[in-house]
Design a protein around this ligand. Structure first.
Ligand code: JAH
Length: 464
């Protein structure tokens, strides 16, 4: 085994072996913090050339894939010898080293490599809990390593195999990812970072937020000023500004992190900031608020699906499934929605989140068709809020309120002085909701679903 990047190390130091066909690729591990840790005897890092255990005169490490396909696959027998050879180095007393092994294989199909895994690995190699383990990094090239290598070592007592990905992109091999893993682990080893305070990792630690932006001198540069509060000397205000900035940044860049925040650790100000960034606290979770937009002609089919999923919710409990289905088929098909979307008197608004459409409203402008309703409405021009539905899983999330507010805005900007609607008398949830949105009961009307006439309340809201 060649060891071009090795420095003098104490044998008791945390041990990391890297196996690669490009040992020179790992030369940066002689530099900076990792290089210093090696020279200081805080780390026993050894780089090995995989070809040293090849047996033919060409030092072959790969072959064609069984089952066909492009490229080459690395041979398991060569990898087996190389991995086994990393354990052959003598221990402190000259005998063979026996240590548990973590075999880490960088691959785009691995589980995400995280700060938590870096901590686990640092703990394992430094012997934080029990005897220290060796970390062996296997850098693949070509189409990867024969799958039996991971399988064989996973079945070996004292060996843990971790196939990890440092991100969703493809490299030419595992070496660059191995550099990343080694750097992330080594900086966590005892004594490697002089001031452990500068182990800045709150991003993925307790707070679950990205770091706030940082600034230094000069206070003004190319017309860009450092935020005044950071120069104020007001520590409380600085801390609050940084927390706000971290929340906004995380909201903009990492919705996944925002949605896994612990709501019990969010104060009223945090919730306001998240609200401004498009998130709402719903029960014990932070959820992205759906966005509201005007429906486009391309939404017709999705609107029909949404209508089919939501219409039954508005029916009284004794409505037959058949009559509800017949109503949906007749009035809420994709074809009907296409026509509604072309009708200049109709405005369809949709609520949309990452999963697709989650709610909709439909406004119908003009004199109420029913003369009885027309008598109940005083302020003209008026517009009917003919539909307002959200998926059951959105109930209690504020989605319907967003839709109503946007619908009232649309009605107002269309020149309407009032909005009216019919709601089934038995639908207490809807009635309470419309009362909150400023609608008053002004009378009753009937509404036909299949053979049956349903009794509706007529509600009206004036628009200022
Ligand atoms: C490419 C073997 N997650 C980053 C990553 C890690 C490893 C590789 N690619 C991307 C890779 C070819 C062969 C490993």
């Amino acid at each position: 085994m060649t060891d071009p990047a090795a420095g003098p190390t104490a044998s008791a130091a945390p041990r990391i072996d890297v196996v690669t066909i490009f040992p020179e690729y790992l030369r940066p591990l002689e530099l900076s913090l990792v290089g210093k840790a090696r020279r200081d005897g805080l780390l026993d890092l050894r780089v090995h050339d995989l070809r040293d255990v090849a047996t033919d005169r060409h030092r072959t490490v790969d072959d064609t894939p069984f089952g066909g396909g492009a490229g080459m696959v690395m041979r398991p027998d060569v990898w087996g010898r190389a991995i086994d050879a990393t354990g052959q180095a003598p221990g402190p007393d000259g005998g063979p080293e026996v240590r548990d092994v973590v075999l880490l294989v960088p691959t785009p199909s691995g589980t995400p490599f995280t700060q938590a895994i870096a901590h686990e690995l640092a703990g394992a190699v430094s012997g934080a809990a029990g005897p220290p383990a060796r970390l062996v990094l296997a850098c693949g090239r070509y189409e990867g390593i024969d799958a039996r290598v991971a399988e064989r070592y996973a079945g070996e007592p004292g060996v843990t195999v971790r196939e990890v990905s440092i991100g969703d992109y493809v490299l030419n091999g595992g070496e660059a990812a191995a550099l990343v893993v080694v750097e992330a682990v080594v900086r966590l080893l005892p004594g490697v970072v002089g001031n452990p305070e500068s182990l800045v990792e709150e991003s993925f630690g307790d707070a679950g937020l990205l770091e706030y932006p940082v600034y230094t001198k000069p206070p003004s540069w190319v017309g860009l000023d450092v935020p005044e509060v950071l120069r104020s000397g007001h520590h409380g205000a600085v801390a609050r500004w940084r927390r706000d900035a971290a929340l906004v940044r995380t909201a903009e860049r990492r919705p996944d992190l925002v949605e896994s925040l612990d709501v019990d650790r969010l104060d009223a100000r945090d919730r306001d900031v998240l609200d401004g960034a498009g998130y709402a606290v719903v029960g014990q979770r932070v959820r992205r608020r759906p966005s509201i937009r005007a429906a486009a002609s391309t939404d017709a089919a999705a609107l029909a699906d949404l209508a089919a999923a939501t219409f039954p919710l508005a029916c009284p409990p004794d409505t037959t499934l058949g009559s509800a289905r017949a109503f949906v088929a007749e009035h809420l098909s994709a074809e009907r929605f296409s026509a509604y979307l072309r009708d200049p008197d109709r405005t369809v608004l949709v609520a949309e989140d990452a999963t697709g459409l989650v709610g909709y409203t439909m406004l119908v402008a003009g004199e109420p068709y029913d003369a009885h309703v027309a008598e109940l409405v005083i302020d003209r021009p008026t517009i009917e809020l003919s539909k307002c539905y959200a998926l059951p899983r959105m109930h209690g999330t504020g989605t319907s309120r967003l839709l109503i507010d946007a619908s009232l805005d649309a009605a107002r900007s269309g020149g309407a002085r009032s909005v009216w609607l019919g709601v089934n008398q038995q639908n207490a949830r809807a009635r309470a909701f419309y009362a909150k949105a400023g609608f008053d009961v002004v009378g009753t009307k009937t509404f036909q679903v299949g053979e049956r006439l349903e009794d509706d309340y007529v509600l009206v809201r004036q628009l200022p």
